[in-house]
Design a protein around this ligand. Structure first.
Ligand code: NAD
Length: 262
């Protein structure tokens, strides 16, 4: 099923941690060359790069800041210059801030919109010409259950993720006849540094204990009462690159333990 991915180039934004890092491993395991991106300690990132190359593929790192459109353009260009193509784009970089809207710092709003939404506009506009030239492409946006429904105290994140659904559908229509699909994966809660960081913030915002946040807030809406795993998301991303998924486009694909069904 994953033959489609072998030898292809995958750029995953925010792949030095969490879901993006897991997706990088998943795609490398299926034989794709990887462009890593994201922040972090240089030695640790180099160790990740070497670990991925040990899987038998090539891997480069570009530290483009997703709030900087010119750096995003340069990263896409480096991917194409290095590997000769950019076949699969995964927009994954994301941050969170939890606070009531009347206390929400405007600079946090701007940063969340820039990283979680505008960055995808820039990666997509730079990547699509290369996919069109190759006659094949996949854009996978890591949105969220919060691209479909809201939770209180996450105004910027929910607005950005709903925005990602809009760009997913729009671009899907624009490239529908060019063998390029554009989809959004909408995970429920996955235990990554991003979620671990917001447990304390949510406890403060709601005035409850951290244990209560996990059991009664995070997993309250997740009917399976399980965190989603990164491997489950990688499996879906790889499926979206297969021929079986060639007619899935403009779709929101929840992986949320039933959250958005309720
Ligand atoms: P994470 O904090 O573990 O990883 C985020 C990644 O984004 C890191 O590599 C970080 O360096 C990178 N990043 C942050 N700011 C950046 C910037 N300005 N430029 C470049 N890279 C930057 O988070 P995660 O949980 O793995 O989240 C990944 C994506 O999945 C996000 O878009 C998030 O909204 C989404 N998501 C996560 C969950 C969850 O429960 N963890 C659920 C639904 C959706």
């Amino acid at each position: 099923m994953h033959d489609n991915v072998k030898g292809k180039t995958v750029l995953i934004t925010g792949s030095t941690s969490g879901i993006g890092l897991g997706l990088a491993h998943g795609f490398a395991g299926a034989g794709a060359n990887i462009v890593l991106n994201g922040f972090g300690d240089a030695d640790k990132i180099d160790a990740i790069r070497k670990e991925i190359e040990a899987m038998g593929v090539r891997c480069i790192y570009n530290g483009a800041d997703m709030t900087k459109p010119d750096q995003i353009g340069a990263m896409v260009q480096e991917a194409v210059d290095t590997f000769g193509s950019l076949d699969i784009l995964v927009n994954n970089a994301g941050i969170q801030h939890v606070s009531p809207i009347d206390e929400f710092p405007p600079e946090k709003w701007d940063m969340i919109i820039a990283i979680n939404l505008s960055a995808a506009f820039h990666t997509i506009r730079h990547a699509l010409p290369h996919m069109k030239k190759a006659g094949w492409g996949r854009v996978i946006n890591i949105a969220s259950a919060h691209g479909l429904v809201a939770s209180p105290f996450k105004s910027a994140y929910v607005a950005a993720k709903h925005g990602i659904m809009g760009i997913t559908k729009t671009v899907a229509l624009e490239v529908a006849q060019q063998k390029i699909t554009v989809n959004a994966i909408c995970p429920g809660y996955v235990k990554t540094p991003l979620v671990e960081g917001q447990i304390a913030d949510t406890a403060k915002a709601r005035g409850i204990s951290e244990e209560d946040v996990v059991n009664n807030v995070l997993l309250a809406a997740q009917w399976t009462k399980e965190f989603v795993t990164i491997e489950q998301l990688a499996g879906l991303a790889l499926f979206l690159c297969s021929d079986s998924a060639a007619n899935i486009t403009g779709a929101a694909l929840p992986v949320d333990g039933g959250w958005t069904a309720a």
